[in-house]
Design a protein around this ligand. Structure first.
Ligand SMILES: Cc1cc2nc3c(=O)[nH]c(=O)nc-3n(C[C@H](O)[C@H](O)[C@H](O)COP(=O)(O)O)c2cc1C
Length: 181
């Protein structure tokens, strides 16, 4: 078994989550890379793909990765995680299912059905934001009556570890079902 965790990130939270997941993988020679650095999926039996949510969409590089690797996914055990704020359905943009609605689109973009998928909590570090993102969030929070962009931390190592544990539980179930056929 060789596992790849491939992620996109703008400000590092999804990278941190991917590395937490990496710590929880079974013993072995596994990899954790940003999607742009993945040369081939050939060496892997399992791939876990992660993207944060920006403005109700995936990061462009993750969409490209999915598009270009489409045919290779079919041979692998695939897991998917999204990273968003208010990921339990409160909705950053006034939509009660904000994060979750985007996540459904993420899954629809995939050429295969993942073995396990889950939306995880992200973070906002206002001091890291580039001008465009700062302005966008400032407008958003002003509209909702908040002055300034609040620091937010919803990313948790325990959630990342639970993701990995569940993913492998479901992989085992898949293997057992295959043997029965
Ligand atoms: C400009 C901007 C737009 C965002 N849009 C959304 C959004 O539409 N819905 C949401 O739940 N979170 C949104 N977020 C929160 C990000 O998903 C969260 O900050 C995530 O942790 C970013 O991950 P990264 O640090 O790996 O890039 C947004 C964040 C920024 C800075």
């Amino acid at each position: 078994m060789k596992i790849l965790i491939a992620y996109g990130t703008r400000y590092g939270t999804t990278k941190e989550i991917a590395h937490w997941m990496y710590e929880r993988l079974p013993d072995g020679d596994h990899d954790v890379y940003p999607v742009e650095k993945v040369k081939s999926l050939e060496p892997y039996s399992h791939v876990i793909i992660g993207s944060p949510l920006y403005d109700d969409d995936l990061l462009e590089e993750v969409k490209t990765f999915i598009r270009e690797r489409c045919s290779e996914f079919r041979k692998l055990h695939v897991g998917v995680f999204g990273v968003a704020l208010h990921h339990l359905g409160k909705g950053l943009y006034g939509n009660p299912d904000g994060g979750l609605a985007y996540f459904d689109r993420f899954l629809k973009n995939l050429p295969v059905k993942p073995i396990y998928s889950r939306l995880l909590g992200g973070a906002i570090h206002p001091e890291l934001l580039n001008d465009e993102d700062r302005q966008l969030l400032q407008r958003f929070y002003e509209k909702h009556g908040t002055e300034g962009i609040p620091f937010q931390q919803e990313a948790k190592k325990s959630e990342a570890w639970q993701f990995v544990e569940k993913f492998f539980q479901y992989c085992q179930v898949k293997e057992k079902l295959k043997k029965r056929i």
